[in-house]
Ligand binder design. Structure first.
Ligand code: SAM
Length: 280
């Protein structure tokens, strides 16, 4: 019996189901159930929410989410070796856990979820960033999710919450902060995971705003930000030449200085520029 439920401790689950972590699947497991319950709490009140969990693995975070009262958890796991261990959790929480085997990048989980929906995950770095960008750029806003509570390498977490003026500030910060409140809510050392990764990690919580923080066309904003940060050492007037031939005028209309660099421009400035570019 573990600290948070009547299921066996995770080390025992891993031993009995022979779930040695595989590097190819980006597996670094969290085995401390007090810690996974603490991460689950960062998602906020889940008692009236469905929770989408990506990459449950042996189920540490899944058990945290259920013990903390999630109404229903839909978990998508690519490694079929984990399914028997997850089935034991399903049995311990009747009707509250559904597991789908597959690649989260290919599966549309929405038909199996009832709003309001929160998302929680401890994912391999590359999959996590790709999913985050997808979740932040749906065709319509507000998105299907109310909040995202995601584990990242510390360096990526810092890029999500970055303010202007530093190296971490870029496309990810603009994408995240334009339409959500993003905060680092926990820091974890490598030793929190089995096996320990090379770098520290952090949990980021993103709460969807009902509407974007500043008005702008999403496609134009995305084009401007990509061009500006692709050549972040260049002045805006040079980096953005391909976006509009009269970019210097448009920068001035937006209240920006053409000789500034992307790193110096706050989110509000990029949105003003997207609006200036949208004008005929
Ligand atoms: N959530 C567990 C924990 O915290 O201990 C496992 C975390 S481990 C870092 C990442 C998990 O994501 C693994 O179980 C791995 O098999 C799974 N995974 C990796 N790529 C995936 C993908 N594309 N779709 C779904 N699951 C994936």
């Amino acid at each position: 019996m573990s600290a948070i439920d009547n299921l066996p401790p995770l080390r025992e689950v891993i031993r009995s189901h022979d779930l040695q972590a595989r590097k190819s699947m980006g597996q670094n497991f969290l085995l401390d159930l007090n810690l996974t319950a603490k991460i689950a709490r960062q998602a906020g009140d889940m008692t009236a929410c469905d929770v989408l969990e990506i990459g449950p693995g042996p189920g540490g975070l899944t058990r945290g989410l259920l013990a903390e009262g999630a109404r229903h958890v839909l978990a998508i796991e690519k490694d079929r070796r984990c399914l028997p261990a997850l089935a034991e959790i399903e049995a311990a929480y009747p009707g509250r856990l559904t597991v789908i085997e597959g690649d989260a990048l290919d599966i549309d989980p929405l038909t199996s979820l009832t709003p309001p929906i929160r998302v929680a995950a401890n994912l391999p770095y590359n999959v996590g960033t790709e999913l985050l960008v997808r979740w932040l750029t749906p065709p319509d806003w507000p998105p299907f999710w109310q909040s995202l509570t995601l584990m990242f390498q510390r360096e990526v977490a810092e890029r999500i919450v970055a303010e202007p003026g530093g190296k971490a500030y870029g496309r990810l910060a603009i994408l995240a902060q334009w339409r959500s409140d993003a905060r680092i809510v926990m820091s974890l050392p490598p030793e929190a995971f089995t096996p320990p990764p090379k770098v520290s990690s952090a949990v980021v919580h993103l709460a969807a705003l009902p509407a974007p923080r500043y008005p702008a066309d999403a496609a134009i904003l995305s084009r401007v930000v990509a061009a500006a940060f692709n050549q972040r050492r260049k002045m805006l007037r040079a980096a953005l030449k391909s976006v509009a031939p009269d970019i210097e005028d448009r920068l001035r209309v937006a209240g920006l200085t053409p000789t500034d660099r992307a790193e110096q421009v706050p989110l509000e400035g990029f949105c003003a520029l997207a609006r200036a570019i949208a004008q005929p």
